[in-house]
Design a protein around this ligand. Structure first.
Ligand SMILES: [Ca+2]
Ligand SMILES: [Ca+2]
Length: 436
């Protein structure tokens, strides 16, 4: 019978000892000290630890000291305070969070080693020294490092707005916001650099149906295999040249303060995006970075077959307001309009280094349906005596019961473009509030 044992270090409290748990079904639960058949107490199934040297504290994984300048100015264009120009610029550095420290932390929450086991004395119980070769080890070691020259990513943001008071109650505002993310870092396997993917191959696109050699097949895609698939893993977290993102947004809004029994706030924005990313709306169209979350902005490609620099545009509009409808009724409508998500088709294929997801066309080649929502609230206040007040509410969400798909499958295959999430249905809600 093939046997294995698992040596594990389950948590902080037992950090200095590795307990031994037998994986053989019959041996389970033998970790406690129990009298043996011969009446002798067995020694606890504990091994001396190697954690003391493995998990030495690191007081400073990385330190960033930076200057974060901000500049802002306002100018009264018309001289009467009714038309004002406002300009701002600032640089913002990111809080490194815990990911950088986690990237080199051997003291992970899950730690064990699976070992082959030979039951030398044939008693069906594990004794120290009966373990042989290691099958696998989780935690305790770390196969990743941080580039000592790591820089903290930053964002520069500049904006310019013109604000105009048209009437005492009505204000207009229009402007432009420019934002640029720079110096992104990501965990990469430096033993498999981009340049190592240099064997040209032709990747066949199975088309939307996901099946090769049918009428809908796409054009062949030029790809690259790895020069040597036995190249090892050497994960290093560092800045990647050109790992940036740019966002430009045009915004216009109007604000009418409450007067003549109504108020309103309307806004429209249009954003041009150029960013790295391989996961949108539950669709991942390239490899997830090892270790999860060790990528600062979206995901930089891990090899030349991954197209993760995306350019797309989106818009959104929102109108909210309050209308005094008489008889003490206050009606508050909310209209939200939003462009549908830009998307593209992807499929997976076998390369000499493993399975690779291939984006068949640029993100934005297709676009999901626009999302239009209309909600409203009707409220009535009834006064009693001097102070008491009864409030009645009626809320309606998704008034027109729109069933627009929010998430759809972008992957080639039978489920291509099928919805996985739609808008929540029409919901009506009544409420009563009593103040006294
Ligand atoms: Ca034994
Ligand atoms: Ca096909």
């Amino acid at each position: 019978m093939a046997r294995a044992i698992r040596i594990e270090s389950p948590g902080e409290a037992q950090r200095h000892r590795e307990t031994v748990k037998a994986l053989d079904r019959r041996e389970r639960g033998q970790r406690r000290v129990k009298p043996g058949k011969d009446g002798q107490r067995r020694r606890p199934l504990l091994l001396a630890s190697r954690h003391d040297d493995l998990c030495a504290a690191v007081d400073e994984v990385v330190a960033f000291n930076q200057i974060v300048p901000r500049l802002g100015a306002s100018y009264d264009l018309s001289g009467d305070g009714k038309t004002v120009v406002k300009a701002n610029w600032g640089r913002f550095y990111f809080n490194p969070g815990v990911n950088l420290a986690d990237a080199i932390n051997p003291n992970t929450s899950d730690q064990y080693a699976d070992m082959n086991w030979v039951d030398r004395n044939g008693d069906l119980v594990y004794q120290v020294g009966e373990e042989t070769t290691e099958i696998q080890r989780v935690g305790g070691t770390v196969a990743s490092s941080i580039d000592p020259n790591l820089k903290d990513p930053h964002t520069d943001e500049a904006s310019m707005f013109v604000e105009r008071a048209l009437m005492p109650e009505l204000g207009l505002r229009a402007g432009f916001v420019w934002k640029k993310d720079s110096a992104g870092w990501q965990r990469s396997n430096i033993a498999r650099p981009m340049s190592a993917f240099n064997l040209p191959v032709t990747i066949r696109d199975p088309g939307p149906d996901g099946t090769l050699s049918t009428a809908d097949d796409g054009a062949d895609i030029a790809g690259f295999n790895l020069d040597d698939p036995t190249r090892p893993a050497n994960q290093v977290t560092g800045n990647i040249p050109g790992y940036e993102g740019t966002y430009k947004t045009f915004e216009v809004s109007a604000n009418k303060r409450y007067s003549s029994r109504w108020s309103m706030n309307a806004s429209l924005s249009y954003t041009w995006t150029e960013e790295y990313g391989n996961l949108y709306y539950n669709n991942r169209f390239a490899t997830a970075v090892a270790g999860g979350g060790f990528s600062h902005f979206g995901s930089f490609p891990l090899n030349p077959n991954e197209k993760t620099l995306n350019e797309f545009n989106n818009w959104s509009a929102k109108i909210t307001g309050t209308i005094d409808a008489g008889w003490g009724l206050k009606v508050s409508p909310v209209v939200k309009l939003q462009s549908g998500a830009p998307y593209a088709r992807y499929f997976s294929t076998a390369m000499n280094y493993g399975t690779q997801i291939i984006l068949a066309e640029p993100i934005g080649t297709r676009r999901q349906d626009a999302v239009n929502l209309f909600d409203f609230r009707v409220e009535k206040q009834i006064r009693f005596a001097t102070k008491a007040r009864l409030g009645l509410f009626f809320d309606m969400f998704n008034t027109f019961n729109s069933n627009t798909a929010i998430n759809i499958k972008w992957r080639s295959g039978a489920a291509f473009e099928k919805a996985t999430t739609v808008l929540p249905p029409r919901i009506a809600k009544f409420g009563v509030k009593f103040d006294w």
